[in-house]
Design a protein around this ligand. Sequence first.
Ligand code: AMP
Ligand code: ZN
Length: 467
Amino acid sequence: MLRLFNTLSRTKEDFIPIEPGKVKMYCCGPTVYNYQHIGNFRTFIFEDLLLRVLTYNEYKVKYIMNITDVGHLVSDSDEGEDKMEKSAKLLGKSIMEIAEYYTGVFKKDSELLNIISPEVFCKATDYIQEQIDLIVCLEKNGFTYPTSDGVYFDTSKFPGYGKLARLDIEGLKEGARIEFSAEKKNITDFALWKFSPENEKRQLEWESPWGKGFPGWHIECSAMSKALLGNHIDIHCGGIDHIPIHHTNEIAQSEACSGEKFVNYWLHCEFLDFGNEKMSKSTGKFITLSTLSGNGYSPMDYRYFLLTAHYRKKQKFSYEALEGARSGIKNLKNKISNLKNSFSESESENPGLSDEYKTRFTDKINDDLNMPEAVAVMWDMLKDENLSSKQKLILVSDFDRIFGLGLDKTEEKMVTLVPDEIYDLIEKRKEAKKSRDFKAADEIRELIKSKGFEIKDTKEGVEINTI
Ligand code: AMP
Ligand code: ZN
């Protein structure tokens, strides 16, 4: 029986899907105004492991992930700039260009990390009408009120608001955790629709029954989940930072419109901890997959590193720990390659023992995704002299359906990741060429060369090769 820790009840619960054999799952995806750092990828790999465990248990999973390309403001208090608009201004690009570029890098990095793609990646800007319709529904049901800068959700009208985070609303009022705009009726109220600022043209804005503007960030997930999966779904996930505001508000919006329960199981991944180094995309100081590659670590080293901690525990990142993971995966590959060499059909088999390991492994992954212990079962199995090489190879390949380390590949695919710095230079060169500054473009090409990469202009765009 699969058991999952539900943030809503703060306990491990038996997983019982709404419809037998099927799972509807929605995970909050990236805001594509910048690169995704390795902390973000801890959450995305946790979601990938969850998908793999569900599939291993023979569930048919309909899995959706959103791409936020509008409405996510720099502050949680419905104030400040839209992260996408800010990034576009900073880089002198259109939001579409920024979104396309960072979505592309996110998908490429996900692929390198062996993350299985969701059935649908849905972009917030493709679902504006659905978001407006949901706000209309909330308005009809009496949950909204207008202010001078938008339409807000009145959280005092929604019984049980804050149940996911167990929010202490009274305490919040006193502590004024978030800036409290004078026009908000309650400290926890949030924007459903924001008006475009007067005398300022936003890159992204739409007509609505309330005036020209753009959706608040939380409404996109409620609207897209409803549009693609229906009112009531099995699983919704994200990082723990989403519990107190984003997911709390999603529940309020979805349930206040439909009158039904929104999500049965809420799952959240703890943060990757960088010690004193705060991983902040807004300050531009963060480690990406290509930073790791620049330091000689492959995406699979990082994936193996993540498997060594349970997803609900903080995991401390350090290069020493990553080095440990690298030698772990190297030993694993050596062991597998030795097994392949010593493989012989005449070895005696012990099917009962194979079944025992398979059961032990399944018990671990089904115990709220206990990957560190599942990895330990794999090592015990590999060291067990009562199993034949063939049995071990079959088991390791079966276990790797969960781990996703590509263990049955003989050679580890050598990937040279292109550092983000090179992509930035390519963008600068594109700009230089656009403004016909060919001297600068050539200089940038040379600079790229000095960093070990050669670029070629092709019909499809710039091709990057290592020298
Ligand atoms: P964002 O692009 O900022 O919306 O974040 C994408 C995902 O990464 C969200 O589910 C966040 O909760 C998650 N996240 C952000 N920082 C970390 C971190 N340090 N460790 C793990 N997950 C994170
Ligand atoms: Zn979301």
